[in-house]
Design a protein around this ligand. Structure first.
Ligand code: C2O
Ligand code: CU
Ligand code: CU
Length: 494
């Protein structure tokens, strides 16, 4: 058995560690051959659903599912019984018609994260609630100039988002590039995390874990524990990586291979950029070009310090917050055999739009804060709910209130400030954000993302072109527990 990480120790508690080592009813990873059971199996791609004549008709059934994870049965929730759900593959200009059915026993809904589509009616409307046993017909109409890239879908019913995503409800969306670049193959890599108990059920989440943002003990790629992929030397792969973890940040590296960042969140870069690592906050995606070299490489997620609650709970929290684990091996890539023939060069992509010279119609400041005395009052950690409040501009989420009114056709500048000791990855639906100032970071090429990390006690300035669609939608912290605890606001474009 591998040594306990600090986080695992925390999860077990002082007494639990001994019990688990003695083979008691410990956490799932402590039994049998531990968390790596099933490692080394061939990486599986989620089922791909493609449309016909510009229309993709799908049924997405969100239901409890018995799924094989790391060689064991796990009782999870999944779309169409698979972890992750099917990959939806479309082109710019296509329409996705998705019938979502709720077999969960609690309310849910569907969100297409990152897609630039209408938030109204049966579009990407986060205010829809699908009652247990009911279904809802969504229609997402992608504009003809929709940026190609990697997006994803997950439930967005306020109060249940973290639970449902943590339980397995997510899947990738690929918007194909009409000018695709030459690659030997593409892989979708949906990264998620979960904690199972000894009988394969999802472990209970404590109020403390919710306040920190839960991180699962086991990190999966396409629902698999440390799978293995193979390639020949000299090939070029396109990896579409989705961070579907409810709270975990991923600092990814793949030593021994030539890695280039090809796209980020909302489309490709004009030219790929050589990288040794990339960091994904929850919700972020990256597209990586891997030019393969002989040998075995491991895709590793190194720890990311996203702050903690020091000084907030009347003292220091043990472990000073999440993200202090050892590196986690996500996947191995074995490169062997006869070298492949030359893959052609990567042609330049279209230049990125730059809002830095655009006239700004309005400036706003949004402050992300954590305070004492949220749900459950000052009653301590024992009861239900959190004793801490999670707010934007001092207010917790109220779906009936409109927090920001913006004019369609204008560019706004939003200063995102964080007055708390934890990072908050801010996500805006429908309209992507261009980072124009980020702690003195040199922003040469325009940087576009739909999830932007606001560091603890830091600030980031973004610009948004509110165009193409009107309607009401949301922005929120993509640490999904924080969102459920109230760190979300509403914006209406008219
Ligand atoms: Cu990934 Cu508002 O969601
Ligand atoms: Cu989203
Ligand atoms: Cu947060």
């Amino acid at each position: 058995m591998s040594p306990l990480t600090r986080r695992q120790l925390l999860a077990l508690g002082a007494a639990g560690a001994g019990a688990a080592a003695a083979g008691g009813a410990g956490l799932w990873w402590t039994g049998g051959d531990g968390p790596l059971a099933g490692g080394g199996r061939e990486l599986v791609q989620p089922e791909v659903l493609t449309g016909r004549d510009g229309i993709l008709d799908v049924t997405l059934d969100a239901s409890p599912a018995s799924v094989q994870v790391g060689g064991r049965r796990a009782e999870l929730q999944a779309f169409n019984g698979s972890l992750p759900g099917p990959t939806l593959r479309v082109r710019p200009g296509d329409t996705i018609r998705a019938t979502m059915t709720n077999g969960l026993g609690i309310p849910t809904n569907l969100h297409v994260h990152g897609l630039h589509v209408s938030p109204q009616g049966n579009g990407d409307n986060p205010f829809v609630s699908i009652a247990p046993g009911e279904s809802f017909d969504y229609e997402f109409v992608l504009p003809a100039d929709h940026p190609p890239g990697t997006y994803w879908y997950h439930p967005h019913r306020h109060g249940h988002v973290a639970d449902q995503v943590a339980a397995g409800l997510y899947g990738a969306i690929v918007v194909e590039d009409p000018d695709s670049v030459p690659v030997s193959r593409e892989r979708v890599l949906v990264v998620s995390d979960l904690t199972l108990d000894g009988s394969g059920n999802l472990a209970e989440v404590s109020p403390m874990e919710q306040m920190m943002g839960r991180e699962g003990e086991t990190v999966l790629v396409n629902g698999q524990v440390r799978p293995r992929a193979t390639a020949a030397p000299g090939e070029r792969e396109l990896w579409r990586v989705v961070n579907a973890c409810p709270s975990r940040y991923l600092r990814l590296s793949l030593d021994g291979q030539d890695l280039r960042l090809f796209g980020r969140d909302v489309g490709r870069l004009p030219a790929p950029v050589g990288v040794t690592e990339v960091v994904l906050a929850p919700g972020n995606r990256v597209e990586l070009l891997v030019d393969t070299r002989e040998g075995t490489s491991t895709l590793v997620a190194a720890p990311v310090d996203r702050g903690g609650m020091d000084g907030m709970m009347g003292g220091t929290v043990p472990g000073d917050g999440p993200g202090n684990d050892e590196p986690i091996e996500l996947l191995t890539l074995g490169v062997t055999g006869a070298p492949a023939g030359e893959v052609g060069p990567v042609p330049a992509g279209p230049p990125l739009r730059d809002l830095r010279s655009a006239p700004v119609a309005a400036r706003r400041t949004l402050d992300f804060a954590m305070g004492m005395g949220g749900r459950g009052g000052m009653g301590g950690m024992g009861g239900s709910g959190s004793m801490m409040s999670f707010t934007i501009d001092g207010r917790a989420f109220d779906g009936g209130r409109t927090d920001q009114h913006v004019r369609i056709g204008t560019v706004e500048e939003w200063v995102l400030t964080n007055s708390s000791p934890m990072d908050h990855p801010m996500h805006l639906h429908v309209w992507p954000m261009q980072i124009v100032e980020d702690g003195g970071r040199d922003l040469g090429e325009p940087v576009w993302q739909d999830v932007v990390n606001i560091p603890a006690f830091g600030r980031v300035t973004v610009r948004v072109a509110f165009e193409d669609f009107g309607g009401r939608t949301v922005y929120h912290c993509h640490v999904l527990d924080h969102e459920d605890l109230g760190m979300m606001g509403t914006v209406e474009a008219r």
